[in-house]
Every structure is written in structure tokens, then in C-alpha cells.
Design a protein around this ligand. Structure first.
Ligand SMILES: Nc1ncnc2c1ncn2[C@@H]1O[C@H](COP(=O)(O)O)[C@@H](OP(=O)(O)O)[C@H]1O
Ligand SMILES: [Mg+2]
Ligand SMILES: [Mg+2]
Ligand SMILES: [Mg+2]
Length: 392
């Protein structure tokens, strides 16, 4: 902002005594500066929020990496919907909630997050709660920038339960998936810490920490080995593009989705878990489109991250009938891809609406690709869905 104010003080040097060109020159210059100022103010806002989000997600990634390396059987529980949750899911949520509130100290802090402390408040959850509290404190201590000496178990429960907000279309709401792809995390595969900020119902920033994602491309035809360096941090801010850096803190690099318009060159990302997405349906869609490569199946929003840097060109997600998508499974990924030049819609081609509370209200599935492939992809989706429905 300081540079802009200084610029506005510069008076144009005009030697001509005729005032008209002076006025028009000045007006032109002033309006140009006004455009710069308004662009800069829209892209410069959320700067502090983005820095806090990057710090929170990176610290949470550190906690998750530690747990994944030495996972104990007692670290894993089953939730009431039978899905898995681990000490790392809870620890990551407590840590992100604590760091955001600590860094931003605004009076209205709202967080929509996946986990809650219900099971940890039971007698049977006490040992797990102690372990989570130690993990959170050890991670905060390893960072060294927090003045608190240590969090109590009660502080940890409170931080987790900050995530109970219902979100909505007014004001600001943070959206967190503390570990997206818990099943991948348990297998030792891909997972992500996904954090986004909604402002008046729109996603304005998003961060994806992907501790196991190689820094180099994971596209089907690229050479990679188990020695590849892993750990990526993607971040995007509305109007400012998407960047990737290593979780160890390399310089951020701007990334862009694949620009291919040839489906034969495009490859597909989809869920590793067949229970999360209909693999047969995406295979029928990509066949219609003319995609040659076999699908790349990986867990979590690491798919959005990989797509944002052009590793593949398409992500399809068609859950089984009756499943309702949650906003934390897509908010961060969605802005990471759109700011990198991609498009994210439902099966009817509508943009995703994050303003309706904790769930996404959408038509059938989620489709992600670049601007050029979207029309033919949507056509293939429509045809395949019609065929599927008429065979029922
Ligand atoms: N039956 C189902 N259909 C679609 N998605 C499901 C599902 N059951 C769970 N999920 C969601 O799929 C997410 C993982 O996505 P992916 O398959 O791309 O790795 C899970 O996130 P969590 O691991 O955070 O619970 C969960 O929210
Ligand atoms: Mg889960
Ligand atoms: Mg998830
Ligand atoms: Mg999760």
C-alpha cells in the first residue's frame, strides 16, 4: 500500500502550457493508478490470513508426518459412520484451530471442520486425548514462535470444538479438513491438510499441504522413483494465482493447469477408494472423450494440487447414490485449481456453492479440468449419465 500512496503523490511533468493535455494526461494517469490501487487492494487483502493458513497447515503436516512414521494400533479409531479417524486427524485440527486463532486474534473466529471432540470426552478416550495433547505441544514447541508454555487437554478439546461452525453465506468462515484421505494416510499413501477461507460464501484463499506428494510431476508418463523428494505446499488467493513450494520452505513457484486440448494427451485422476467414486462411470466418460492413459488413482485433495501444476488434466468424482459431499473435501482444492486456470463444476456444469453450510448441494458429481477440455468433457459426462440412467 505504501508504494501506491507514494505513486499518487507523483505529479506528471508537463512542459506544455495548454492545460487540456495536462488535465487529460493527469486524469488518465490518475485513473490508471486507481485501477492499480483497486487491483492491489483486492489482491493484497487476505495477506495476513494466507500467511497464518500456510503456517497452520505446515505445522499440522509436521504433526501428521511424525504420526504416520510411527503409527500405533491404538492411534486409530472408528467414527459412528464407520470411517476411520486417528490421533493425527484430531491433533491437526487442534493445531490449525489454535494457530489461526492465535495468529489472527480477531473477535469473530468461525471454523467449519470435520472432527469433533465427542469420543475424546468419554472415559475410553482419555489415553488418546493425552497422546494428542502431547503431539500438539511437541509440534508447537518445535516451531518455537508461540509464547504459550503448553496446552492442557481441556485447551485441546476446546480448539477441536471450535470447528463446529455451520458456515454459510455471510461473514468469514475457515474451512478445514485436518487430514483429507485418512484411508490413504493409514496405508502410508497420499493425504492432505486442506484449509480454505470463505468470505460472503465465496472461497477467497486455500492451502493444501501434501506431505507425501513428490515435488516432481506424478503424471503417468513421467519418471519417478521412491527417492523423489516429497512434501508440497500449494496455496492460492483469489485473483492472485496458485503457487507451490516444498513443505521444507523452498521459494514458491507459480503453477498452471495443463493447457492441452487434446483428450488423447489428457490423463485422469480419481479416488483410490472405489467406495468414494464410481470408477466404471469415469472409465466410460474418458473412453467417450478419447483419453488413452490409464487413470491415476490417488487419495485426497492431493489430486487438486497435482492437477493445478498440470500433472494430469481431469479429475472426476462420482460418489455412490445418497452420499452428500462436505465443503471441507473441496474448498481448498477448488481455489487451488481455479486460480491455476482450471474449472471446477458439478455434473451439470454449475460452479460449486460453498455458501450453504457444511454440505455441498450439487448435481451428481464433481468435474475438474482446464477451460479448453470442459465443453467436451461435460458432453461426455451427460452422455454417460444418460446411458447409465437408461440401463437402470
Ligand atoms: N461413500 C463416500 N463417497 C464419497 N466420498 C466419501 C465417501 N466416504 C467418505 N468420503 C470422503 O472421501 C474423502 C476422501 O476422498 P478421496 O477418496 O479423494 O481420498 C474422505 O475424506 P476424509 O479422509 O477426510 O474423511 C471423505 O470425506
Ligand atoms: Mg474423515
Ligand atoms: Mg476429507
Ligand atoms: Mg478428514
Amino acid at each position: 500500500m505504501a508504494t501506491i500512496i507514494n505513486c499518487l503523490r507523483v505529479v506528471p511533468k508537463v512542459t506544455n502550457t495548454n492545460t487540456e493535455p495536462f488535465v487529460s494526461l493527469f486524469t488518465k494517469r490518475a485513473s490508471r493508478l486507481a485501477i492499480v490501487a483497486s487491483f492491489s487492494s483486492s489482491t493484497m487483502s487476505y495477506e495476513k490470513e494466507l500467511a497464518a493458513a500456510n503456517k497452520a497447515a505446515s505445522l499440522a503436516a509436521r504433526l501428521c508426518q511424525k504420526v504416520q512414521k510411527e503409527l500405533l494400533q491404538s492411534d486409530v479409531q472408528s467414527k459412528s459412520d464407520k470411517s476411520p479417524v486417528t490421533v493425527a486427524d484430531y491433533g491437526s485440527q487442534a493445531l490449525v484451530s489454535f494457530v489461526l486463532e492465535n495468529e489472527l486474534s480477531s473477535e469473530s473466529f468461525s471454523l467449519v471442520a470435520e472432527e469433533d471432540s465427542g469420543d475424546l470426552r468419554k472415559e475410553s478416550g482419555q489415553e488418546t486425548l493425552q497422546r494428542i495433547t502431547k503431539l500438539v505441544n511437541d509440534t508447537l514447541l518445535s516451531d518455537g514462535s508461540f509464547s504459550v508454555s503448553s496446552l492442557t487437554t481441556e485447551d485441546v478439546l476446546r480448539a477441536i470444538d471450535r470447528g463446529k461452525s455451520e458456515g454459510g453465506s455471510h461473514g468469514r468462515h475457515w474451512v478445514l479438513d485436518p487430514i483429507d484421505g485418512t484411508k490413504g494416510f493409514l496405508r502410508g499413501d497420499q493425504y492432505a491438510i486442506a484449509l480454505a477461507l470463505l468470505d460472503e460464501g465465496k472461497v477467497v484463499l486455500g492451502v493444501l499441504a501434501c506431505p507425501n506428494l513428490p515435488l516432481v510431476s506424478i503424471s503417468g508418463d513421467s519418471q519417478h522413483s521412491s527417492n523423489d523428494e516429497v512434501g508440497c505446499l500449494f496455496f492460492a488467493k483469489v485473483g492472485a494465482g496458485t503457487y507451490m513450494q516444498s513443505l521444507d520452505g523452498s521459494l514458491p513457484k507459480k503453477v498452471h493447469v495443463s493447457t492441452t486440448e487434446n483428450p488423447e494427451e489428457a490423463s485422469l485422476f480419481e479416488s483410490f477408494e472405489a467406495a468414494h467414486s464410481l470408477h466404471d462411470l469415469s472409465s466410460s466418460i474418458t473412453k467417450k472423450l478419447g483419453v488413452k492413459a490409464p487413470p491415476v488413482r490417488i487419495d485426497s485433495q492431493a489430486k487438486y494440487g497435482a492437477l493445478s501444476r498440470g500433472d494430469g488434466a481431469i479429475y472426476l468424482r462420482f460418489p455412490h447414490k445418497g452420499y452428500r459431499e462436505k465443503i471441507w473435501d473441496h474448498a481448498a482444492g477448488c481455489i487451488v485449481v481455479t486460480e491455476a486456470g482450471g474449472v471446477v463444476t458439478d455434473a451439470a456444469g454449475n460452479p460449486l456453492d460453498f455458501s450453504q453450510g457444511r454440505y455441498l448441494d450439487l448435481d451428481t458429481g464433481i468435474i475438474v479440468t482446464n477451460q479448453k477440455l470442459m465443453p467436451s468433457l461435460l458432453k461426455a459426462v451427460r452422455e454417460s449419465l444418460d446411458e447409465k440412467n437408461s440401463s437402470l
